[in-house]
Design a protein around this ligand. Structure first.
Ligand code: FAD
Length: 464
C-alpha cells in the first residue's frame, strides 16, 4: 500500500496538510490490521489512513479535510459490526476509543464521549446507584456504535431502545462541523443521528438519561416446549411489564426440534424492602414446563456483565475470532409464530455454528420513539436474531450462512418483518430505500444537509 496514490488523487498531500493534529494520522505500514476487520470477519476493506484522535478538534479537522476531497470516512468504536459497517475502503477510519471518557454525571444524566464503551459507562454510574435504562447484552459495544443503530436489550420492553434514552448529542457532521442537537435544538439532526447508521454525523459526546439501578436481580430461566405458549407468555409479560428484563432463546434439541428458554429477570425494587419476590406471584400463571425452571440471584453489576465469562471462553477456543454472519430481524407479533417456526424448521445446529445462538424476545412497538428505527406495523415486535458462528477455516460455510440470511430476510420481509440493521446481509441501495420506506426522504434530506460531500460511513452501502 502506498501513502500517496498519485498527485492528482484526492489523497494527494492529505496527510501533510494535517500536521497540527493533537493525535496521529497513521498511514502505510502503520495502519493497524483491525481497521480492515470487524467481529463479522466477512468484509476486509483497507483504508488509506487511520486517525487516532486526541481531541474532538482532530475529528473535526480530519472529517472537514476529507469532505473537501470526497474521501470516505468511518468511525470505529468497539468494532462489533458484522459486515464492514465501520470500514472505509480507500478512506479514513477514525478510532473513536481514545475519545472514551465519562465527562460528567449527575443523578439523572451522564455525559460520555462517543467512543466510550457501555462497560465504562456502567462502571461510572453503578457505584452511584444509577444506570442507563437500556443496555445491550454485551457491554463491549461503544456508545456511538449502538446509537448509530438503536441499541436493543431485555429492558427495551419497558424503556424502548438506547436511542430513546438520549437527552442530547454533540456530533461532528459530515462537513466537519461540531453541532449540539437534542429534542429542542437542531431536532432534525438529533433525529437523523439516532439509529441513522452514521450517515449524517459522528457522535463525539452523548448525554444519556439515568435511572435508579437495582442492587440485585432474580433471574428466571423458564423452559417451554411449544413456541405458541412461549410467544403468548412473552407477549403478555412485555405489555404488562412484570419483569425488569425479558429475553429468551430458542434452543435446538438433539432430535432436530426446538425448545424455548424464556429469560425473565426481576429487578430488586429500589424503594421496597420486600426481597426476594414471591416466585409464585411472578411465575404462577405462566405456561412453562414446571420443575425445569432455573432461578438464581445476582448483583445487578454481575448480571449486566454476564457475557464476560462466555467471551473469555470463546477467545480461548478461538471462536470469538471466527466469522459471525449474523441476522437480526424485527418480526411483527402477528407473524412471529409462522416466521419463527418456518425459519427454525430449516435451521440445523450446523447452520447456526458451534457457539451460535438464537434470540427471540418481544418489545411493544409504542415504547420506541426513534424515527429512523424501522419497526413492523404491529403493537408488538419480536427481535428474532440468528447469531451464527462459521468455522474459521471454511469460507464456503460462511458464505452459505450469508446467503441463507438473505433468503430468510426476504421471506420474513414478505410477512411484514424489517431488518434490525446490524447484519451480515447484502443490502442494495434499493433495499435500503425500501427499508426506510416513509422516512427515506427525511434521511436523504438530512444527509444532503449535514454530509453534502457524502463521505460518511460508506460501509453501510446506502446511496442517495
Ligand atoms: C457480542 C455482541 C453482542 C451484541 N449485543 C447486542 C445487543 O444486545 N443489542 C443490540 O442492539 N446490539 C447488539 N450487538 C450489535 C452491536 O450493538 C452493533 O453492531 C453496534 O453497532 C456495535 O457498536 P461498536 O461500537 O461495537 O461497533 P463498530 O463496528 O465500531 O461501529 C458500529 C457502527 O457505528 C458507527 N460508529 C461507531 N462509533 C461511532 C460514533 N462515535 N459516531 C457515529 N457512528 C459511530 C460505525 O461507523 C459503524 O457503522 C451486539 C454485537 C456483538 C458483537
Amino acid at each position: 500500500m502506498t501513502d500517496h496514490p498519485g498527485a492528482g488523487s484526492p489523497w494527494s498531500r492529505f496527510p501533510e496538510e494535517l500536521t497540527g493534529l493533537d493525535g496521529e494520522l497513521l498511514t502505510g505500514e502503520r495502519i493497524p490490521r483491525w481497521a480492515a476487520e470487524d467481529f463479522g470477519h466477512t468484509v476486509h476493506a483497507p483504508p488509506l489512513a487511520v486517525l487516532s484522535p486526541r481531541s474532538v478538534r482532530d475529528v473535526r479537522e480530519v472529517v472537514a479535510a476529507a469532505a473537501r476531497r470526497g474521501i470516505p470516512v468511518a468511525a470505529r468504536g468497539g468494532g462489533h459490526s458484522v459486515h464492514g459497517q465501520a470500514q472505509a475502503p480507500g478512506g479514513i477510519v477514525i478510532d473513536m476509543t481514545p475519545l472514551g471518557r465519562v465527562v460528567r454525571m449527575s443523578d439523572t444524566e451522564v455525559t460520555v464521549e462517543g467512543g466510550a464503551l457501555w462497560r465504562d459507562v456502567v462502571a461510572a454510574t453503578l457505584p452511584h446507584g444509577r444506570t442507563p435504562p437500556v443496555l445491550t447484552d454485551y457491554l463491549g459495544t461503544s456508545v456511538g456504535g449502538t446509537l448509530s443503530v438503536g441499541g436493543i436489550g431485555g429492558m427495551s420492553h419497558r424503556h424502548g431502545v438506547q436511542t430513546d434514552c438520549v437527552l442530547s448529542l454533540d456530533v461532528v457532521t459530515g462537513a466537519g462541523e461540531e453541532v449540539r442537537c437534542s429534542p429542542d435544538r437542531n431536532r432534525d439532526l438529533f433525529d437523523a443521528v439516532r439509529a441513522g447508521l452514521s450517515q449524517c454525523a459522528l457522535v463525539v459526546r452523548a448525554t444519556l438519561r439515568l435511572e435508579r439501578a437495582p442492587a440485585r436481580v432474580r433471574r428466571y430461566v423458564l423452559p417451554y416446549d411449544g413456541l405458541a405458549e412461549y410467544l403468548a407468555d412473552q407477549h403478555r409479560l412485555a405489555h404488562e411489564g412484570r419483569f425488569g428484563y425479558l429475553e429468551g432463546q430458542p434452543t435446538p434439541q438433539p432430535d432436530g426440534t426446538w425448545h424455548h428458554l424464556m429469560e425473565a429477570v426481576a429487578h430488586q425494587p429500589c424503594d421496597r424492602a420486600a426481597w426476594p419476590p414471591d416466585d409464585r406471584d411472578l411465575l404462577g400463571d405462566l405456561a412453562f414446563r414446571r420443575g425445569a425452571e432455573e432461578i438464581e440471584e445476582l448483583d445487578y453489576a454481575d448480571f449486566l456483565d454476564r457475557m464476560t465469562p462466555g467471551e473469555a471462553l470463546l477467545r480461548e477456543t478461538g471462536e470469538w475470532f471466527h466469522p459471525h454472519p449474523w441476522l437480526n430481524l424485527f418480526v411483527p407479533g402477528a407473524a412471529a409464530h409462522s416466521v419463527v417456526s418456518t425459519t427454525l424448521a430449516g435451521l440445523t445446529r450446523h447452520e447456526l455454528g458451534n457457539s451460535g445462538l438464537v434470540l427471540l424476545y418481544p418489545v411493544p412497538t409504542a415504547r420506541i420513539r426513534t424515527p429512523l428505527l424501522r419497526l413492523p406495523d404491529d403493537d408488538t415486535m419480536y427481535l428474532f436474531a440468528l447469531l451464527r458462528t462459521a468455522p474459521g477455516d471454511d469460507p464456503a460455510a460462511r458464505d452459505a450462512m450469508t446467503a441463507a440470511n438473505r433468503e430468510i430476510y426476504d421471506r420474513a420481509r414478505a410477512a411484514g418483518a424489517v431488518a434490525y440493521p446490524v447484519n451480515t446481509l447484502r443490502m442494495s441501495p434499493e433495499d435500503w430505500r425500501a427499508h426506510f420506506g416513509p422516512v427515506w426522504d427525511r434521511l436523504a434530506r438530512a444527509r444532503r444537509r449535514y454530509d453534502p460531500a457524502g463521505v460518511l460511513t460508506p460501509g453501510q452501502g446506502l446511496a442517495y
